[in-house]
Every structure is written in C-alpha cells, then in structure tokens.
Design a protein around this ligand. Structure first.
Ligand SMILES: NC(=O)c1ccc[n+]([C@@H]2O[C@H](COP(=O)([O-])OP(=O)(O)OC[C@H]3O[C@@H](n4cnc5c(N)ncnc54)[C@H](O)[C@@H]3O)[C@@H](O)[C@H]2O)c1
Length: 285
C-alpha cells in the first residue's frame, strides 16, 4: 500500500548494488511513494550489471561515482539537479566497505592504509557528499539526508573491526553537519542504525549468520528487514519528520535497549564450550 508520501520530491540514492541492498529497497519504495530519483554507485558496481534493471524499472538515470571522489560527487549532484529539474529533497548514503574486514584483518592487526580506506569510503564520503551538495546548493530547503549505521558504533561486536570506528565517525558527521546545514538551509541529517541484514556488505562480517540469529533472539520485535528499513527511510524523507535532525535512530526491533532476553539465554545455555578455531585453538573472541 502506498500513500504518496514523497509526491513531487526529487532524490538521489547512493549504494544500490543488487536486489538485497538496503538502497535498492529504498529506491523502489521512494518511487512508489511518488518521488523521482537518480541512482549512483561505483563504476565497478555498475559493471556487475544489476543496477541497470532497477534504473529501467524506476525510470532513473544512473550516475557513476566513487563516493571518495569530490569530483565524482560534484558530477552526481549537478547531473541530478539537471535531470530531475531542480534541487533534490532527499539523499540516501548507503555505502560501506572495509578492506581490513575483507582481508580478515583483526582489530589488533589492522593495516593502516586499509583503515584510511575504510574511513574514507564508509564515513568521510558522507562529509564529502554534504559539503559538495551545500557548496552547489543542490539540496532544497527542508531536505532530508540519511546515512545507514550500525550499533557497533556504540557497543563492541566481535568481527566488526574498523567498521565500528567508521560508523562512530559517520554518526558524528551527521550531528556536526546537521547543525550547520539545519541552521542555514533547514536540511535534516540523520543516521539510521539498522539490524544486521543479509546483504552483500552484511555477509562480509565474520559469523554473520550467528550474529543475525543472536540479534533476532534478543530483539522483542525481531530483526528489521531491508524492506522495513526502506519504509523508515521514506518516512524520514517525508514531510512528517520535518523537525527530526542530528539523530542516530535505531531501527533494530528493540535490540539496542536489551540486555538479555529469555530466547537468547536459552540458546546460549545449549553450548557453553569455548570457541575453537579450525586448528583447535581456543579463541577468546
Ligand atoms: N547489512 C547489514 O547488516 C547492515 C546493518 C547496518 C548498517 N548497514 C549499512 O547499510 C549500508 C548499505 O549496505 P548494505 O547492507 O545494503 O550492503 P550492499 O553491499 O548492498 O551496499 C554497500 C554499497 O556500498 C557501495 N560502495 C562501496 N564502496 C563504494 C565507494 N567507494 N563509492 C560508492 N559506493 C561504494 C557498494 O557498491 C554497495 O552498493 C552500509 O553503510 C552498511 O554498513 C548494513
């Protein structure tokens, strides 16, 4: 069921890779709610070929960009304003990648070159996006910008490694820029802290299936799906949230407020043996 919540609004969606991506669902729902959009992702992601189908279905132009490049971002905003016919009303930053996590580097054995890349792609790109948009005046008065975060910004999760630092920085950028952009242009900037979700990025996290099961058992409402996250994004883009800004908003079925649930405790009680790696070595993870 749709409600025309974004009727007449223009937006840019960064980070739709395939049908599992959170950004893919947001793009679909935003258009179903009446918005016109452009899509952006890296040239490498575009070569994978799946985004074209979404673009065709939603009648959206795809504008390639590496989100760490200010030049590329400038092009995305300029081109979007041109093809959509005016400044945009909403932007989704749905971008994350850690070379350290990809290469299975643990947090006490980080490669610092890779750490810089993690921070640049997953957090500083958000600042670059906002600064570029503001200089071009490419976001309309009262616009809404969202980036996607994870509770590892506040609490430590085994295997999330340097992505936790990136998410802390991402949430801080939302507050710092939210003050300036709000004061000067009424633009709202928030992060949504989403449940673990089975996407390409999500599956890169160590023991993701166990983490998802744990989070689901801990959360009174269960894990939030990518579709449900898209609904939340649409609401935040809409005029129903005109005074919400500089917030990190949990969209996690209640997980972040829980200590221990009966369901999780029952599961835990089934196996109290120490965790051993493939060589039989006990790991204190
Ligand atoms: N999946 C989860 O469990 C989960 C939970 C909380 C938050 N998030 C966050 O949601 C966001 C979207 O991830 P997803 O789960 O939909 O996975 P996804 O793999 O579908 O999306 C990640 C996107 O980042 C893009 N990207 C990577 N490097 C880029 C660069 N240099 N420039 C531009 N784009 C780049 C990828 O091409 C991809 O489209 C990420 O910020 C992620 O950290 C995911």
């Amino acid at each position: 069921m749709t409600h025309n919540l974004l009727k007449g609004k223009r937006g840019i969606i960064f980070g739709a890779l395939n049908e599992h991506s959170i950004a893919w669902k947001v793009a679909e729902k935003a258009v179903a709610e009446g918005a016109t959009i452009t899509l952006s992702n890296t040239p490498m992601a575009l070569r994978m070929g799946e985004l074209d189908a979404l673009a065709e279905k939603l009648n959206a132009e795809v504008i390639p960009a590496d989100a760490t490049s200010v030049e590329d971002l400038k092009h995305v905003f300029e081109r979007s304003v041109e093809v959509l016919g005016g400044p945009v009303d909403f932007v989704l930053h749905s971008i994350g990648m850690s070379p350290n996590v990809r290469k299975h580097r643990t947090y006490d054995d980080l490669d610092y070159g890779m750490l810089s890349k993690t921070l640049d792609i997953s957090a500083i790109s958000f600042h670059k996006m906002l600064q570029t948009a503001k200089k071009l005046d490419a976001i309309a008065e009262g616009g809404s910008v969202i980036a996607l975060s994870y509770v590892a910004a506040q609490r430590t999760f085994y295997g999330y490694s340097d992505m936790a630092d990136a998410k802390s920085m991402l949430e801080s950028i939302a507050r710092s820029f939210g003050y300036i952009y709000g004061r000067e242009k009424g633009v709202r900037i928030n992060t949504i802290s989403q449940s673990p979700t089975p996407t390409t990025a999500g599956k890169g996290i160590k023991m993701m299936e166990d983490l998802m099961d744990f989070a689901d058992k801990m959360s009174p409402l269960g894990n939030a799906s990518a579709e449900e996250c898209a609904d939340y994004c649409v609401m935040l883009f809409s005029d129903f949230c005109r005074k919400v800004t500089m917030q990190n908003l949990y969209h996690d079925g209640g997980f972040s407020s829980m200590g221990m649930s009966l369901r999780a405790m029952n599961q835990y009680a089934k196996d109290l043996s120490p965790f051993e790696d493939e060589n039989g070595k006990v790991v204190y993870g």
